[in-house]
Design a protein around this ligand. Structure first.
Ligand SMILES: Nc1nc2c(ncn2[C@@H]2O[C@H](COP(=O)(O)OP(=O)(O)OP(=O)(O)O)[C@@H](O)[C@H]2O)c(=O)[nH]1
Ligand SMILES: [Mg+2]
Length: 397
């Protein structure tokens, strides 16, 4: 699972990335602070089965606080896109190739309207973030079309003997695009019967847009809700884009909370609507004011800072993935005594056999049965798993 973070310069992509990963990355109020991509690990939050089993887990990766388990997902933060990036404006769009493996894109917009088209700081409320949703997607679609247009004549010549769908799938090799998606895209754009040499520029663009939408769906993060002009813009974003998930967010507030929690100044479980001050005497006046602001103006008003909500919504509600824990009916620990040490993210529809294959090819090869550890019921290879299942695998040999 890889989630890409895209958007115009200076909207808070790296701040969001840093808040989610606590990696040391550059953040500054000037466009193009990020040039090379930042890769790191963020987390999705689920209720840990340690609660069902009245035990305490020891995650090998990620962490668990008060029964809330944080399961790793990879994130990548790239440079900012500007209108005309496909013609080389700004840093161009070549760097988008770092996103080919992404399952989903988080598009961060500055909902407060305080960054202009090129990402320069301006008076809050004077730029319309609705425009950003349109141009960024347009640039993404042009990037996909570019993959086809670059060598179109040669590609068509070499593809004459092949099936069009297979040739097109090969052209997007490495983009995490399936042949089924290519077939659906051809159908949806009514190009399935049209021979490749007859495709117009418009056909290529329509097809590329469809493939992009299928393979790199976008959710919108309306960042900078700590600035008062954001509220009205968020209403408009939701109205303009009723089919999109629009998530209000203050990446800066989440970063402040996570950094304070790391220093043990506060207790904060990412995604919560509250935190607890642990060392009041260690906080200076500014820190106290900032925490007060976050509690009253962000958490109380919006329910959370939005960062954790975004990752959870992306992985569970949008991509419909599930977390599966390996375990045993008689033993929840591994050979080193770590309880529920692992958690795996699996795509929707995954079966007991898919889970076995994810753990080890031998488990899938010699699969005999599986047991749902919570219910202690035996399940077959084709049984579909559910989010937060704990599964014991029984394999032969
Ligand atoms: N008020 C407010 N400012 C924020 C928030 N998130 C980020 N910022 C500020 O916005 C500016 C840009 O943040 P970055 O994270 O560097 O933005 P970016 O999108 O990565 O920018 P580029 O790398 O230049 O494309 C910095 O001054 C941040 O402190 C937020 O939630 N609220
Ligand atoms: Mg950046």
């Amino acid at each position: 699972m890889l989630i890409g973070i895209v958007g115009k310069p200076n909207v808070g992509k790296s701040t969001f990335f840093k808040a989610a990963t606590l990696a040391e990355v550059g953040i500054a109020p000037v466009p193009f602070t990020t040039i090379k991509p930042n890769e790191g690990v963020g987390y999705v939050r689920v209720q840990c089965p340690e609660i069902d089993f009245k035990t305490k887990c020891n995650p090998r990766q990620g962490f668990c606080i008060d029964g809330q388990r944080f399961v790793p997902v990879k994130l990548i933060d790239v440079a900012g896109l500007v209108p005309g990036a496909h013609t080389g404006k700004g840093l161009g769009n070549q760097f988008l190739s770092d996103l080919v493996q992404a399952d989903l894109l988080i598009h961060i917009v500055d909902a407060s309207g305080s960054t202009n088209e090129e990402g320069k700081m301006i008076q809050p409320g004077t730029y319309d973030p609705v425009k950003d949703v349109k141009f960024v997607e347009d640039e993404l679609d042009k990037w996909f079309a570019g993959m086809l247009k670059e060598n179109w004549v040669k590609f068509v010549r070499q593809s004459l003997q092949k099936d069009a769908d297979k040739a097109l799938a090969a052209q997007f090799y490495g983009f995490k695009i399936t042949l089924d998606q290519i077939k659906s895209a051809l159908k949806n754009t009514k190009l399935e019967g049209k021979k490749l040499p007859e495709w117009t520029n418009e056909d290529i663009q329509n097809f590329a847009t469809m493939v992009r939408q299928m393979s790199k769906p976008v959710i919108i993060i309306a960042n900078k809700i700590d600035i008062s002009t954001a509220k009205e813009n968020i209403e408009r974003l939701k109205k303009e884009f009723p089919n999109y998930l629009v998530i209000p967010c203050s990446a800066e507030s989440e970063l402040a909370l996570r950094e304070a929690a790391k220093k043990d100044l506060i207790k904060y479980i990412p995604g919560d609507d509250k935190f607890e001050i642990l060392k009041k005497e260690s906080l200076d006046e500014n820190q106290r004011k900032a925490l007060d602001f976050i509690q009253n103006k962000i958490l109380k008003v919006w329910g959370s800072t939005g960062v954790q909500n975004c990752l959870n919504q992306a992985v569970f509600n949008f991509l419909k993935y599930m977390v599966i824990f390996p375990g045993g009916v008689h033993k929840l620990g591994d050979s080193q005594g770590r309880i529920l040490p692992d958690a795996f993210l699996l795509p929707p529809g995954s079966t007991a056999l898919d889970f076995a294959a994810k753990i080890h090819t031998d488990f899938a090869k010699y699969f005999i049965a599986a047991i749902n550890v919570k219910t202690k019921q035996k399940i077959g290879r084709d049984t579909k798993l559910k989010d937060c299942d704990v599964i014991e695998l029984i394999a032969g040999k």
